[in-house]
Design a protein around this ligand. Structure first.
Ligand code: 6CS
Ligand code: FE
Length: 307
């Protein structure tokens, strides 16, 4: 990977020494020729307008049960427990996230290759896609801590070298997502604004940011301005519901002090036209389980349990 690949202009500077105001995003939300696919035009337009779209019942209760059993298997795996793929809650040994779940779980690999799911990402990104990152955020009852307001793309641009916001996250609820157990909050339409963040990126920032992000978070003024302009909506719904959200959607979630866990699978699809260059923050590339550098396009698989 040569730095020449960062020779193009950096449209999304961040991790600055001094504050800099929000900028209008110069790139589209739905990319390419707007091909037909699993999303109908109403859904695609809503996604384009809000930066996210909720699909209730994307997977069935039986599918959810199979995925949940997989999560319990992974969380109890002694080999995995010793690896960097497991991130624990600060101050406790409760599992906060499990990364690279599509690589350690054949079932989740089948899920993302199921044509009716894979083609949703292709339709939004207007190209073949590969997995930039996958994870399960467990947010256990009583002990699950939230995620402060942030844009995933800001991190993936600065720390993984993702050039443009041509990536989409799919979050599938494995437990019922309520307003009170950490349901993900988003600002409809704010994805068309890019918020530069202040603060130099420490090497190996991910070793703390995945528990509590301090660098790469927008200022309270910027969050206030966006909240007043766009409002806040929340991804709630029964297990099996799915949220598709743009990589630059500002989002966050509150702590979960209820007995009800909020466990969601997250898969980040990146366009093969948007492969990672050098991290724009000038830091070392993050490990593959955070910023995957195998750009092989995902091939669809028919006959999966999720069809
Ligand atoms: O650094 C990352 O890639 C992760 N951080 C957050 C807060 N969301 C996206 C991703 O899981
Ligand atoms: Fe995030």
């Amino acid at each position: 990977m040569t730095t020449a690949q960062n020779a193009v202009q950096d449209y999304y500077p961040s991790r600055l020494a001094a504050p800099s105001g929000p900028v209008d995003r110069p790139h589209p939300t739905v990319w390419g020729a707007r091909t037909s696919g699993p999303f109908d035009e109403a859904a695609l337009s809503s996604y384009e307008d809000k930066g996210f779209h909720i699909e209730e019942g994307l997977i069935t209760p039986a599918h959810v049960q199979n995925c949940w059993s997989e999560v319990e298997r992974l969380a109890a795996d002694p080999e995995l427990a010793k690896s960097e793929l497991i991130v624990r809650e600060r101050g406790s040994d409760r599992v906060r996230s499990i990364f690279s779940v599509h690589e350690v779980s054949p079932l989740i690999d089948k899920l993302i290759r199921t044509p009716r799911i894979l083609n949703r990402a292709r339709q939004i990104l207007g190209s073949e896609v590969y997995v930039h990152q996958s994870r399960i955020n467990c947010m256990p009852g009583f002990a699950g801590t939230g995620f402060y307001w942030h844009s995933d793309f800001e991190t993936w641009h600065a720390e993984d070298g993702m050039p443009f916001p041509r990536a989409v996250s799919m979050s599938i609820a494995l437990t019922d997502n309520y307003p009170f157990n950490g349901g993900l909050m988003l600002m409809p339409g704010a994805h068309r604004t890019y918020v530069p963040c202040v603060g130099e990126t420490p090497e190996d920032n991910y070793k703390s940011s995945l528990q509590a992000q301090r660098i790469g978070v927008p200022s309270e003024d910027a969050v206030t301005q966006l909240a007043y302009e766009f409002g806040i909506e929340q991804f709630t719904g029964p297990a099996g519901s799915a949220l598709f959200f743009d990589s630059n959607s500002i989002h966050g979630s509150a702590n979960n002090i209820t007995p009800y866990p909020r466990a969601n699978i997250f898969v980040v699809f990146n366009s093969v036209e948007n492969t990672l260059a050098e991290p724009y923050a000038g830091t070392r590339p993050r490990p593959n389980h955070l910023g995957n550098r195998d750009f092989t396009p995902l091939t669809p698989q028919t006959g999966t349990p999720f069809e």
